[in-house]
Design a protein around this ligand. Structure first.
Ligand SMILES: [Zn+2]
Length: 399
């Protein structure tokens, strides 16, 4: 009976549990801050009004108007908090649904159970939804999630924010959305020591220098760059030097600062940081799943660089597709070697022994026998195209 390693299986899906919890933490903190800020401002305004009424600075009409303003403000706050509460309830519901789906794993006793197979099918759909959302195929991801009843596994709004902000940086060359996000998440960014906000500010500064707005650039630097002097002083000094150069300069450090490729780098930085804060791995979960399989298959032959060494049935041997995912993986540890026939892709053993042709190439007996039946007792080495009689092939013994 094939046992299921629940712990290992859940390790890959951990981000599905962490992401909504992180989103919830952030949403709660934000609405709490907003409520505290508004309450403090309203109470300060009330204190002010109480003071001015006792000194009769404000007449009853003005007082009425001011109170009306405060009431409107509190009503807006109430509406915003209700919206936040709705969002928080959705995130809690989503976490619960995900936990229920994942906890089903505990019920299965064997990997052969049809219920387990169904669970794995749903897992494949979950990781495909994650893969497509990361690649911006939002509509397809939503359709798959709806068809497989997995809407609660699709972090659509989070990925939509990533896509929109990346597009703004990459295509519109604007830091607006990214800076707003940084302001909303400043304490979390400080905790992970992310320089993203500094890099965005630096970019806005560079764009001012590029368009010749020197004075505005100096004012901007004083306001937004100098606060980073504890950690970024050399970069700030270089930024000040940039004022003396034009955007067509060939001087290496300043040429690099004016390089438009910085926008694409900022977009990648933004994605990396937001994924870090929400505990999402940088690579899609689909890749992680595939890599666990590939790491069990990868042998020195897969990476030898010699196409003749590759096995057509080995996924790790395909340099353009799955082999790319296997690139950074260690070689698998095989205690017993398996000999696989290069023609049929089948295992060679006592029943189907390896046969050595006079040119040194080895194929399975079954493959050579089939070939000899077609070629009138002769075999053709697929590697060198040399032709031999089947009788010339020598049986080899596996020790
Ligand atoms: Zn291989």
């Amino acid at each position: 009976m094939e046992k299921i390693n629940v712990e290992h299986m859940l390790a890959i899906e951990e981000p599905f549990m962490k992401a909504p919890v992180e989103q919830l933490k952030r949403a709660v903190r934000q609405s709490q801050k907003q409520a505290e800020r508004e309450a403090a401002q309203v109470s300060a305004a009330l204190d002010g009004m109480a003071g001015s009424s006792s000194s009769s600075e404000l007449g009853p009409e003005e007082m009425d108007k001011a109170l009306g303003g405060l009431i409107d403000r509190l009503k807006t706050l109430k509406r915003k908090l209700e919206e936040a509460q709705h969002e928080e309830a959705q995130l809690i519901q989503r976490s619960k649904q995900r936990a229920t789906d994942l906890s089903e794993l505990d019920r299965f006793e064997s990997a052969a159970q049809p219920e387990f197979q169904r669970w794995c099918r749903a897992r494949l759909d979950r990781v495909l939804v994650d893969y497509m959302l990361r690649n911006g195929n939002v509509e397809t991801a939503q359709r798959l999630a709806a068809n497989s009843k997995l809407e609660h596994f699709a972090d659509t709004s989070l990925f939509a924010l990533v896509m929109a902000t990346e597009r703004e940086l990459r295509e519109e060359h604007s830091c607006r959305g990214a800076l707003q996000w940084c302001a909303e998440n400043r304490s979390a960014l400080t905790k992970v020591e992310s320089p993203l906000e500094f890099e965005l500010r630096m970019q806005e500064f560079i764009e001012m220098v590029r368009s010749g707005k020197t004075l505005a650039a100096i004012v901007y630097a004083k306001r937004h760059l100098t606060s980073w002097s504890d950690t970024q002083l050399p970069r700030i000094e270089r930024a000040m030097m940039l004022l003396a150069f034009s955007s067509t300069t060939q001087c290496p450090p300043y040429k690099a600062m004016f390089d438009e490729a910085r926008w694409a780098a900022l977009a990648s930085d933004f994605r990396a940081v937001i994924f870090q804060l929400f505990h999402l791995p940088p690579q899609p979960l689909l890749h992680l799943l595939l890599q666990t399989g590939l790491s069990a298959l990868k042998t020195p032959a897969c990476v030898s660089g010699d196409p003749a060494e590759r096995n057509r049935d080995c996924p790790a041997c395909q340099p353009e597709t799955l082999g790319r995912l296997a690139q950074g993986l260690p070689l698998s540890h095989h205690v017993h070697s398996n000999l696989v026939c290069r023609i049929t892709g089948e295992r060679m053993n006592e029943d189907n022994p390896p046969m050595r042709l006079p040119n040194g190439h080895v194929y399975s007996l079954a493959a050579l026998t089939d070939m000899a039946a077609e070629l009138g007792g002769q075999v053709k080495c697929p590697h060198t195209a040399q032709v031999f009689a089947l009788a010339e092939a020598k049986k080899m013994f596996i020790l």
